[in-house]
Design a protein around this ligand. Structure first.
Ligand SMILES: Nc1nc2c(ncn2[C@@H]2O[C@H](COP(=O)(O)OP(=O)(O)O)[C@@H](O)[C@H]2O)c(=O)[nH]1
Ligand SMILES: [Mg+2]
Length: 233
């Protein structure tokens, strides 16, 4: 958890890890990012390649500073492929599907294949979104995650369940991957990280309120952070 969120850190002082989200249109990618950042950042959706970049810089309890860039698409996924700039130097990918639409789950294979063609070893976390629509879904397992040895998290961008936990795991994973990119057994490490944290559904709601605190904090600082337009390379 961050003890302090840093606003407007100078670009030259930043050394961000990069998180990306992939998945079909309307699975809730933007809503997840929005929920995590809790109105702190106002997304600006315009650029050559229709990508939006959010800065999120914070200080951890141990004093370590972590700078994060969260990249979101602005609808480019409708065309079933993303501009290579999206994948460039990404450190962790959240693969999102909509539990109410089976096709979005099936298409994870397609997104994985595209991702791997750009970032062969990037660690991924699978997010089963919209669990608010059917609470029983958390008892289901999803073969895709097992097959690819990826952690699976049940989330709801609508009510906030597990959203903070999802991004915190993604950030931890990204930081670990950047430190040790060629380590083959990274996914094992990721699974270990998740096991240590293991958010229950009640603690996930605690995560939601922690996020609310974060939003209040954002209000104090008042300038709303920044969302950057991305110029493709
Ligand atoms: N019920 C429910 N609806 C959601 C959830 N997340 C997103 N949505 C809705 O799904 C639609 C698409 O969300 P959006 O974030 O734009 O999807 P994106 O295209 O993947 O970025 C919107 O109408 C959201 O309100 C969720 O967790 N639960
Ligand atoms: Mg979107």
């Amino acid at each position: 958890m961050p003890v302090q969120v840093i606003d407007n850190k100078a670009e030259e002082k930043r050394d961000p890890v990069k998180l990306i989200l992939l998945g079909d249109s309307a699975v809730g990618k933007s809503k997840l990012v929005e929920r995590f950042l809790m109105q702190r950042y106002v997304p600006i959706q315009m650029s050559t390649y229709a990508l939006t970049l959010f800065h999120y810089d914070f200080v951890k309890e141990n004093g370590e500073e972590v700078d994060v860039d969260v990249w979101d698409t602005a609808g480019q996924e409708r065309f079933a492929t993303m501009h290579p700039a999206y994948y460039h130097q990404a450190h962790c990918c959240i693969l999102v599907f909509d539990v109410t639409r089976k096709a979005t789950y099936k298409n994870l294979e397609k997104w994985m294949a595209e991702l791997r063609s750009f970032r062969e070893h990037i660690p991924c976390i699978v997010a089963c979104n919209k669990i608010d629509t059917d609470p029983d879904v958390v008892t289901k397992s999803f073969a895709f995650a097992e097959k690819h040895k990826m952690p699976l998290m049940y989330v709801s961008a609508a009510d906030g369940t597990n959203v903070v936990a999802l991004f915190e795991n993604a950030i931890d994973t990204a930081v670990a991957y950047r430190k040790n990119p060629e380590k083959d057994d990274l996914m094992t490490q990721v699974l270990d990280i998740l096991k240590e944290k293991k958010p229950s559904s009640s603690s996930s709601h605690a995560g939601g309120s922690a996020n609310a605190g974060h939003a209040a904090d954002a209000g104090d600082k008042a300038d709303g952070g920044e969302a950057k337009q991305v110029e493709g390379s």
